[in-house]
Design a protein around this ligand. Structure first.
Ligand code: NAD
Length: 515
């Protein structure tokens, strides 16, 4: 398999320091584990065993956390631009390993190679962003009400940041968090998805080499691969971790948010989406078609920002659907490492079962299957499905939930206000888009009367965000923001300073207090 790219499993493993048997805990200076509890990483495409990983035990977690805390104490005293210089080197190390790392993402997670390459490019981009940021972690100077006083805000390093990531972006989400956290002066402990442990080990090998070469504390980048119920719970309950950045399902976010909230820690929650594109009768159908197709079929529907719903003006509905179904018929399904493939497998049999259950439920709830609805097994393993289109009412219970598979629900509208209501009429609030040439519709969509999502695009689809913007969503998507803009602030401790340079004591609000 994957002969076309030249990236065989053996070559990927050699370039990224992977072996058939690995261990799941790292403080940067190598790998260890003593749980005796082995995790298998299997190709979602063929089911081939890629490697076995001994998971981290609670004892391993304690050892890793000790290093992470010590590393923080040293790293916070390093000037931020110097920290940025290290992150620049991390970006360069990722550039050097872009091809094998992208191929590993395809091999272990199943997204097609061009998307794996895009994911690694995202890591490089966020490093570049963080380098610039390292010279601009600035707070304002404020006017004091008291004579000969000055006020200002400073941002200080926060501590150990816990990063919990989902399987579908097995390397980029970690980089979004760590590149910012490192320039902010924090150390990081990563609990990756147990479905993509090799991607985590490869990333750790790449960055550890950079920290070691620079004589820095290795605990700046720590990893514990282990069960959510043991290692995951240990991390979220740890009072020594002031910030947990967790990406995954809404159910996971509800649990983690509750635990961290109880100990009054800080969270960035990046949870499920249910993203729609409104396709107006006043739009360029070619662009709308390209965006809907990529949004719904790309990554086999396994992006948090995947297009799950199309809300189409009734006048163009039949014409648009004809073209979309014609595109669906041409989707080449197969080995994600083959450059001709457009759609790879779902992550595992569980995801296929969720797909089948959703198709069945949609039919029972009045949905009409327009395309797909079938499970495939091109390599003998039932992890592939046909991308699927179902015409259905927005209020159907199945449409209200996120099924992490390439199922697109389509519906009609007559008036734009009705389309907006449908767009907002789900519990999630991550990404949304409108295709329209009407300035009034585009502006209304982005206004306070419009989309209630964290991302609202005009003439661009719901998926494929750039790193420069703040990424995240509202409602059941969790309210967190990460990546660009001013998201760095969550990784730092804010401090307000008032300085009296006049000598005389003045109480605020004119309060008098003298003996
Ligand atoms: P998941 O919720 O099953 O797992 C996510 C991570 O949480 C994994 O590392 C898992 O081990 C960990 N986890 C689960 N329970 C835990 C616990 N009790 N304590 C600590 N850690 C725990 O999600 P998944 O199937 O890997 O990913 C798909 C989901 O992620 C989808 O819902 C998708 O929308 C969402 N997602 C959201 C974003 C975003 O930015 N909003 C990005 C990517 C994925």
């Amino acid at each position: 398999m994957a002969k076309q790219t030249g990236m065989t499993k053996a070559r990927i493993f050699k370039e990224l320091g992977l072996k058939a048997r690995l261990q799941g805990a790292s403080t940067g200076g190598g790998w260890f584990a003593d749980s005796g509890d082995w995790l298998e990483s299997r190709s979602p495409t063929t089911g081939e065993l890629l490697a076995k990983i001994e998971q981290a035990s609670v004892k391993d977690y304690d050892r890793v956390m000790k290093e992470a805390k010590q590393a923080f104490l040293a790293w916070r005293a390093v000037p931020a631009p110097r920290r940025g210089e290290i992150v620049r080197q991390v970006g360069d190390a990722l550039r050097a390993k872009k091809e094998p790392l992208a191929a590993l993402v395809s091999l272990e997670m199943g997204k097609i190679l061009t998307e794996g390459q895009g994911e690694v490019q995202e890591m490089i981009d966020i490093c570049d962003f963080a380098v610039g940021l390292s010279r601009n972690l600035s707070g304002p100077t404020l006017q004091s009400e008291r004579p000969k006083h000055r006020m200002m805000e400073q941002w200080h390093p926060l501590g150990v940041v816990g990063v919990i990531s989902a399987f579908n972006f097995p390397v980029a989400v970690w980089a979004w968090n760590t590149a910012l956290a490192w320039v902010c002066g924090d150390s990081c402990l990563w609990k990756p998805s147990s479905k993509t442990p090799l991607c985590a080990i490869a990333c750790q090998n790449i960055v550890s080499e950079v920290f070691a070469r620079n004589g820095l504390p290795l605990g700046l980048s720590c990893v514990t691969i282990g069960r959510g119920a043991t290692i995951g719970e240990k991390l979220v309950n740890d009072h020594d971790v002031p910030l947990i950045s967790a990406t995954g399902s809404t159910r996971m976010g509800q649990r983690i948010g509750g635990i961290v909230g109880q100990r009054l820690g800080r969270t960035i929650l990046e949870l499920g989406g249910n993203n729609a594109i409104i396709i107006s009768d006043k739009c360029d159908l070619t662009g709308a078609l390209a965006s809907a197709f990529f949004g719904a079929v790309g990554t086999a529907g396994q992006r948090c920002t995947s297009t799950r719903r199309l809300i189409i003006h009734e006048k163009i509905y039949a014409r648009f659907m004809g073209k979309l179904i014609a595109n669906y018929r041409k989707v080449k399904i197969g080995d994600p490492l083959d450059p001709k493939t457009l759609m790879g497998p779902l992550i595992d049999e569980g995801a296929v079962a969720d797909y089948e259950a959703a198709v069945k439920a949609a039919k029972e709830q009045g949905g009409k299957l327009l395309y797909g609805g079938k499970v495939l097994a091109p390599f003998g393993r039932k992890t592939f499905v046909l991308p699927t289109i179902i015409e259905i009412d927005n209020k159907a219970p199945i449409v209200q939930t996120e099924t992490f598979a390439p199922i697109l629900y389509v519906m009609k509208y007559r008036r734009f206000e009705q389309a907006l209501k449908q767009n907002n009429g789900v519990p999630q609030g991550l990404s949304s888009a409108v295709y329209t040439d009407s300035v009034a519709e585009g502006e209304a969509f982005m206004s306070y009367l419009g989309s209630d999502c964290g991302i609202a695009n005009v003439n661009i689809g719901t998926s494929g965000a750039e790193i420069g913007g703040a990424f995240g969503g509202e409602k059941e998507t969790g309210g967190g923001r990460e990546s660009g803009s001013d998201c760095w602030k969550t990784y730092m401790r804010r401090q307000t300073n008032t300085i009296n340079w006049g000598g005389e004591v003045h109480l605020a609000q004119g309060v008098e207090f003298k003996p």
